[in-house]
Design a binder for this molecule. Structure first.
Ligand code: NAP
Ligand code: ZN
Length: 351
């Protein structure tokens, strides 16, 4: 297969800072579009992977899966995009497209294995996929999202992972009028979850470990914000919430939050703490409670989420950086020092 050279930022192993390198992407195929990347968000999953929290990936690792750009070329059979269109690529860039799950629109669970936009075995060109910390991406149009005309494109990029990861479970578990929804952790995912849950009509209560975020949570739209170290404030929510979305990236005690659920309530984990979490039996059997998980969302649902966010004027609070500052951004993300998503201006990576 003919390949093209693309400038990117990545690393060979966890002890080496990210640096400029050249990767090979496939040349445009008949169903592919090529995109010049304008902005790419930095998700905590990028950090987990660079740190090899879930094991070491084959080098080099090029992170980035909140990819927003402009189409620069289309293959002969492309129907839905033309040169000049704004477009997005999230976590999914390929799937079998015919299994039961792909047919149901949950390609992220493809029975033959989904291909993620980063660090995934690439079934089309071999090797593995490289993410959006790069100048351009080539992808089958089936997995490319139409970007509504957001005024601030940098602020819209994080919707491509953070947005869909919280929209999908909020919708699945019925966040809406009459529902009290908890959001655990105010980071990239959590702050978008507050905005989306409010737009869906739910009452939103936020739980944070950071004092500085208590007031800010209300600015973001939360009805109530609780510092999780405040035992009295926590106790006031015992058995009160219908549903809690847990976005915490590190090991934490989920039993506390199961205790805040009403009967038949659910804590849904979207955060990916590398260590196993423990659950006390009585914390779920009493009240018939559930502890569940959710992983991003399918392509059609991602498009639905983008359109929903555009309609409700929802984007991420972002801090824009140049690619040369990505290692400092990772260090700050590790410490929770970002309000609330770093977004890389990819123009800073010169050809
Ligand atoms: P983030 O911006 O770093 O936010 C995580 C938040 O969790 C922090 O801001 C902090 O909020 C809280 N937190 C961190 N360490 C904690 C600890 N030890 N105890 C309690 N709270 C803690 O990360 P993100 O980008 O939103 O991603 C969050 C997690 O979701 C990551 O693990 C990421 O890999 C995962 N993820 C999963 C999916 C999926 O599809 N399932 C998709 C994207 C990301 P406070 O300061 O408010 O306490
Ligand atoms: Zn992500």
């Amino acid at each position: 297969m003919i390949m093209q050279q693309v400038k990117a930022y990545g690393t060979e192993d966890p002890s080496t800072p990210l640096h400029e390198l050249t990767i090979k992407r496939r040349a445009l195929q008949a169903h592919d579009v090529q995109m010049e990347i304008l902005f790419c968000g930095i998700c905590h999953s990028d950090l987990h992977q660079v740190k090899a929290d879930f094991g070491q990936y084959p080098p080099p690792i090029v992170p980035g899966h909140e990819i927003l750009g402009r189409i620069t070329a289309v293959g002969d059979h492309v129907k839905n995009f033309k040169v000049g269109d704004l477009a997005g690529i999230g976590c999914i860039v390929d799937s079998c497209d015919h299994c039961e799950y792909c047919n149901e629109g949950i390609e992220q669970f493809c029975q033959q294995g989904v291909t993620f936009s980063f660090n995934s075995p690439d079934k089309v060109s071999g090797g593995h996929t490289f993410g959006g910390f790069s100048k351009s991406y080539v992808c089958n149009e089936r997995y490319v999202l139409k970007m509504p005309a957001f005024e601030n494109l940098a602020a819209a990029a994080p919707l491509l992972c953070a947005g869909i990861t919280v929209y999908s479970p909020l919708k699945h578990w019925g966040a809406g009028p009459g529902k009290k929804v908890g959001v655990l952790g105010i980071g990239g995912l959590g702050h978008v979850a507050i905005k989306i849950a409010k737009a869906m009509g739910a009452e939103v209560v936020v739980f944070t470990t950071s004092e500085s975020k208590v007031e800010d949570a209300k600015r973001l739209g939360a009805d109530f914000a609780v510092l999780s170290s405040d035992a009295d404030a926590m106790a006031a929510y015992t058995n009160k919430l219908h549903f809690i979305i847990d976005t915490v990236s590190a090991k934490h005690d989920v039993n506390t939050y199961l205790g805040l659920l009403r009967h038949d309530g659910t804590v849904v984990l979207v955060g990916l703490p590398p260590q196993p979490l423990e659950i006390g039996a009585f914390n779920v059997v009493m009240g018939r409670k559930s502890f569940a998980g959710s992983n991003i969302g399918g392509i059609a649902e991602t498009q639905e989420m983008l359109d929903f966010c555009f309609e409700h004027n929802i984007t991420a609070d972002r801090e824009i950086i140049n690619i040369q500052d990505v290692n400092t951004a990772f260090e700050r993300l590790e410490k929770g020092d970002v309000k609330y998503r770093f977004v890389i201006d990819m123009a800073s990576l010169t050809q």
